[in-house]
Design a protein around this ligand. Structure first.
Ligand SMILES: [Zn+2]
Ligand SMILES: [Zn+2]
Ligand SMILES: [Zn+2]
Length: 733
């Protein structure tokens, strides 16, 4: 097909062909150049090839030159200005380039390869060497008649491609690759010039307006550091094209490939003229390819899993280093960098807090699994004013004689840190863990309870009560009771006031709105209330008895008096949901790995905790959600601005500019952390790496397992109802 199409000037390998424009004036300009006569009669299919246009006639010359497109697109109104071809047009009109694409009938290569071939692309070959005054063409567009390549591989390499036979004449078998692509290209050329004004890349995902391809001139060399350089996915077949032909004598070269993870190097030897060069795909620091270390760093710092990333790469045959190398990178450079940054940032924060009179903190523990089977507990201390994470303590259950004691131990270590830094603690907000209560009393620290934790506990019990047929009224009241607890806590100055307001609830639900307690003698709501008697609890009813017993017993009242009025720990819950993204519960991490992932979560959280609401055209953005816990009731949620990842950039710099140069100093710093003996060491001897790599399916562990249904206070942290979680759910996206 298409063999009749050729440039009117008879150019061989004409490249992109353009038809005459329809617009009269423009058409005359074209004809003037071609025939010297604006009125020249022409046959229907007259083509002019790309060589007759100046570079600025094209919309995408930069893109073309750098090999990203095979097809030049004319600017609207472009006129050919160059008569005759750049190269002598040896091939007359009866040997158009399209014949070599006609797959079924072989035809002899029309011209000698050194002339007819638009030399294999790229900056590295003919282009930079300036042997030919030709535009170097993009790889895809290469109608390369010298396609064969004798390749030698050193024995330890797996030779993945079949070497092709070279012929002495230099004229070889037709190109076997991608005839389809070439044909498609031909078809596109059928377009009238007026239709070619828009880019039409082969990529089917291309949408006009989308910045699929970005044209940028590469004239100024970027002075960015190696790790900041831009990287690409390059196909091996494309790389080979750079090296298989000798840039001096155009003969076939011997190629040797070396691979090391993401790194590849080619050594090119020309047996004919002894041309030689070696090319590395990435810079090497000492003996470490920068890309390998950076891939490990990128995976770790973004909270991803190397094992998963490896699977993705395998699926597309993308070369990466192995898990062992990742672990080595982690131990030597990445974990020391994370630890150093966390400790440095923390010290700065502590210095800032020292200037304050007193600080209020919130604390909570997160266990890596529910019940008493947890291996790790992490205690997090948050400064409540800034809502920033101040400290994270990782406790392993065997350090403290069981997971039950992890919370108290983590809290103790965090408080010691504050004390060592001479920081005055005003009070701490926590949940109602008994051990913690006792411990704080012992240290003489004012403690308040988080309202959400307390309300959640009571609400669960209320729900259970309302299942009783005689107590169905409770259901109607449960939302009001919840709100009442928040109100009692936040509107009161003192403990007795909180208790008086909370207790008034029992009168109120019986339609009694004045109370004996002088702290709160009268309900705060308007006088008007429902006259429907079925709405109110009846004195002496079972429902009232049960509600009273649950809500105003001595223990509850004691706790209500210590509810926190202003600061709550909901942001801590939000932090726990960030932790899950950096340390998924399905992966078993070693102690240091777990600690570093917690620190990363802390960095991410602290950088993004106070993100503003996003706006569009001056209006605040909301999205409507249908949360399960509201039974599908639509809820407006503010859309936050996109999270930032400045800590990742900083960690990269730290790794490449400091840690890599002097790992010992940083490794020693990390080694100062006492690492408890691994739990597995107490049971059976398994290699540590095996333990790390074991992706334990939570599902298979939970089914029929002892943990099922035994929810503790801490499992509630994963609950979608967690307030504030919604705010961070998108933090990582
Ligand atoms: Zn031409
Ligand atoms: Zn050579
Ligand atoms: Zn009332």
């Amino acid at each position: 097909m298409a063999s009749w199409r050729k440039c009117v000037f008879g150019c061989a390998n004409a490249g992109t062909l353009y038809t005459l424009p329809k617009e009269e004036k423009l058409r005359e300009k074209w004809l003037t150049l071609i025939f010297g006569n604006p009125q020249h009669e022409v046959r229907k299919n007259l083509f002019v090839c790309e060589r007759h246009f100046s570079e600025d006639s094209f919309q995408n010359f930069g893109l073309f030159k750098s090999g990203f497109t095979s097809k030049l697109i004319l600017q609207p109104g472009a006129v050919p200005t160059i008569r005759g071809a750049d190269e002598p047009a040896e091939a007359p009109s009866y040997t158009p380039r399209a014949t070599i694409l006609d797959a079924p009938t072989p035809s002899p290569c029309p011209t000698a390869p050194s002339k007819s071939t638009r030399t294999v692309s790229t900056q590295l070959s003919a282009g930079t060497l300036k042997l030919h005054h030709v535009r170097s063409r993009g790889v895809q567009a290469t109608t390369d008649t010298s396609d064969s390549c004798t390749e030698t591989e050193t024995s330890w390499l797996q030779l993945s491609s079949t070497p092709m036979k070279a012929t002495t004449s230099g004229i070889v078998d037709r190109p076997r690759k991608r005839p389809r692509l070439e044909i498609e290209e031909e078809e596109e050329e059928d377009l009238d010039i007026s239709d070619i004004s828009l880019p039409q890349p082969h990529d089917s995902t291309y949408e006009p307006g989308a910045s699929l391809t970005e044209v940028s001139e590469m004239t100024e060399m970027d002075t960015a550091e190696d790790f900041e350089d831009t990287k690409y996915i390059v196909f091996e077949s494309c790389l080979k094209k750079l090296f298989q032909t000798c840039p001096i004598c155009k003969q076939h070269c011997n190629l040797q490939r070396r691979r090391f993870g993401t790194f590849v190097s080619f050594t090119q030897n020309c047996p004919h003229c002894l041309y030689h060069r070696k090319w590395d795909s990435q810079p090497i620091m000492e003996s470490t390819p920068v890309g390998n270390l950076q891939l490990s760093a990128a995976v770790y710092f973004s909270g991803a899993s190397f094992v998963k990333m490896e699977k993705i790469c395998k699926a597309m045959k993308l070369q990466v280093h192995q898990y062992d190398t990742f672990r080595r990178h982690s131990r030597l450079f990445l974990e020391p960098a994370i630890y150093h940054k966390w400790k440095t940032d923390q010290q700065l924060f502590l210095e800032e807090l020292k200037k304050k009179d007193k600080i209020a903190v919130g604390g909570d523990m997160r266990a890596d699994s529910p019940g008493h089977s947890a291996k790790f507990g992490s205690y997090t201390l948050m400064e409540l004013e800034s809502e920033k994470i101040l400290d994270i303590q990782l406790v392993q259950s065997n350090e403290v004689g069981g997971s039950f004691y992890m919370e108290k131990e983590g809290l103790r270590r965090s408080l010691d840190l504050l004390q060592d830094n001479n920081i005055n603690l005003d009070y701490i907000v926590t949940d109602r863990h008994t051990q913690v209560k006792t411990f704080l009393r012992g240290r003489n620290i004012t403690q308040y309870y988080d309202v959400w934790h307390m309300e959640k506990g009571l609400s669960k019990k209320l729900d259970k009560l309302s299942k009783d047929k005689e107590c169905q009224l409770i259901k109607k009241w449960s939302a009001a009771i919840k709100n009442h607890m928040y109100w009692a806590a936040s509107s009161s100055k003192t403990g007795p006031e909180k208790v008086a307001k909370w207790t008034s609830l029992i009168n109120h639900i019986q339609n009694v709105h004045t109370h004996d307690d002088p702290e709160f003698p009268k309900c705060a709501h308007p006088e008007k209330v429902s006259r429907d008697p079925s709405k109110w609890f009846q004195p002496g009813s079972l429902a009232l008895y049960k509600v009273e017993k649950l809500l105003v017993n001595k223990r509850v009242l004691g706790d209500v008096s210590k509810l926190s009025s202003d600061h709550q720990t909901s942001s801590l819950e939000a932090f726990h949901s960030v932790v899950i993204r950096f340390a998924p519960k399905s992966v078993v991490f070693p102690f240091v790995g777990m600690m570093c992932r917690l620190y990363l979560a802390g960095m991410h959280f602290n950088e993004n905790v106070k993100r503003a609401q996003a706006t569009s055209k001056g209006k605040a953005l909301f999205k409507v959600a249908y949360p399960k816990y509201k039974k599908g009731k639509p809820t407006a949620k503010p859309v936050k601005t996109k999270p930032t990842f400045g800590y990742v950039t900083e960690l990269m710099r730290l790794v490449f500019n400091e840690v890599f140069a002097e790992p010992g100093r940083f490794v020693d710093q990390l080694k100062s952390v006492p690492v408890p003996e691994d739990l597995s060491a107490q049971h059976e001897k398994v290699s540590k790496d095996e333990v790390i790599a074991a992706h334990v399916s939570r599902f298979s562990r939970a089914v029929g397992g002892p943990d099922q249904g035994t929810e503790t206070q801490h499992t509630a942290h994963q609950d979608p109802e967690t307030p504030g979680v919604s705010g961070v759910q998108r933090m990582m996206e």
